[in-house]
Write a protein that binds this ligand. Structure first.
Ligand SMILES: [Zn+2]
Length: 417
């Protein structure tokens, strides 16, 4: 009898507590961003508007906010979706001696460097990156997704599949290798179909081998990204692979072939090579970073830029944004916009869209990222300046929100130069 009485007294408290919790979740205050200029990530500009964020997603765009409802006033800035870099290497870094860290480095040091690079990229406006790739990415992706480590959303290939001619394996063995990547948790398959540009970039996979890898990946719903130069560019497209990286020595005919077959193309217009040249002393003497290699890189830089000009001139070719950020380049990913616009003459809006909706589409994320539209994740950044008039504004990221959480909110005028 006494226990029933106690239950009768306690029960209403539990009910009240439960209702209060449910009510407070339902009533969680939306975040309201006020903006005077919003680039929507697809090529449109909205003026004098608001973006309402609820539960980490964009709930509404448009209209005016009631008095006192504005959480962040971004009206002196240019607001746009967080950028997507389709090609990075978060764990590449210089070690305590200033040299490119090697595979023998203790894994905890590599992991911490990758965490630091992830934060630098996020603070630089990149809310999504595709890492191509490293086995350590599994834990990095998990730490960011589930443990609160500040960094961009990471899609990773884990270990790449390296072409080594006949010794790479039979098509059946390569199919099994793709399955292994699926089991290990890869988001995408990265394939080296050509050698390093520092060694001439010759094809390292046959058409049959490429066909097997990209076909097997397609069967399990994974995208394929192919490091390719010269003839390998078209071979990747023939094989039905999703995306071609670099592409040096591709002809206009090859680029036309990619456009016709809907293969995404990610050429680099300057950052990665210039970063190597600027950091020569940190790389020289390690692996294939020889004096000859640096001569080669100096020589191919203008060729990469000429290829980029041909790529953006090719009708229908989907040119996406990927920097191939290696040691020294993280946090400077946006510099690639300057090479694309200032050096190669790309239209600034096209350059920005290539890192927003177009990159999202290439990564299969169009329903989550790359645009400012209701239902998408609230990945939103703001620049101190107008990148359509002055592309150097991409260097001044003063506000970064990812999934509705604000990671950077600097007073205007204090953004990095
Ligand atoms: Zn790379």
């Amino acid at each position: 009898m006494r226990s029933r009485l106690r239950f009768a007294i306690i029960l209403p408290w539990f009910v009240a507590l439960f209702l209060a919790t449910v009510f407070s979740i339902a009533q969680e205050r939306p975040i309201v961003l006020k903006a005077s200029t919003v680039l929507d990530g697809k090529g449109k500009v909205h003026h004098s508007t608001i973006i309402v964020v609820e539960g980490g997603r964009i709930a509404r765009v448009g209209g005016t906010a009631p008095q006192g409802a504005v959480t962040y006033d971004l009206s002196r800035l240019t607001v746009l979706p967080g950028w997507i870099d389709a090609h990075v290497h978060p764990d590449w870094h210089f070690d305590a001696t200033g040299k490119l860290a090697g595979e023998n480095e203790p894994k905890e040091k590599t992991a911490l460097a990758a965490a630091a690079n992830s934060w630098k990229m996020l603070a630089g406006g990149f809310t999504t990156v595709q890492s191509l790739g490293s086995p350590l990415d599994n834990d990095l992706r998990d730490a960011i997704e589930r443990r609160g480590l500040p960094g961009p959303r990471i899609l990773t290939s884990l270990d790449p599949i390296f072409g080594r001619g006949d010794s790479t394996g039979t098509p059946d063995e390569l199919r099994a290798l793709v399955q292994k990547h699926v089991q290990d948790g890869a988001d995408v398959i990265k394939i080296f179909a050509s050698g390093s540009i520092r060694e001439g970039g010759k094809p390292t996979l046959s058409q049959d081998q490429l066909n097997a890898i990209c076909d097997e990946a397609k069967k399990v719903g994974l995208r394929t990204v192919v490091h390719a130069y010269g003839p390998s560019v078209r071979m990747a497209s023939i094989a039905g692979c999703t995306e071609v990286e670099h592409g040096l020595y591709a002809t206009d005919d090859d680029l036309h072939f990619l456009a016709e077959h809907g293969t995404y193309f990610d050429p680099q217009a300057g950052l990665v090579i210039q970063n190597y040249l600027d950091n020569k002393s940190h790389y020289l003497g390690i692996g294939n970073y020889t004096e000859t290699a640096f001569d080669t890189m100096t020589k191919v830089l203008p060729a990469f830029q000429e290829l980029f000009r041909h790529a953006i001139a090719m009708r229908g070719l989907k040119v996406i944004f990927g920097t191939d950020a290696v040691a020294g380049a993280h946090g400077h990913n946006a510099e690639e916009f300057l090479y694309r616009v200032q050096t190669c003459g790309q239209d600034p809006m096209a350059a920005l869209v290539s890192a927003n909706s177009l990159a999202a589409e290439a990564l299969g994320l169009q329903d989550r990222a790359g645009s400012i539209a209701p239902g998408l994740d609230a990945d939103i950044i703001a620049l101190d300046g107008d990148p359509l008039k002055d592309i150097t504004a991409v260097r001044r990221v003063v506000f970064v929100m990812k999934g509705g959480k604000v990671f950077v909110n600097l007073p205007v005028g204090t953004g990095k130069p």
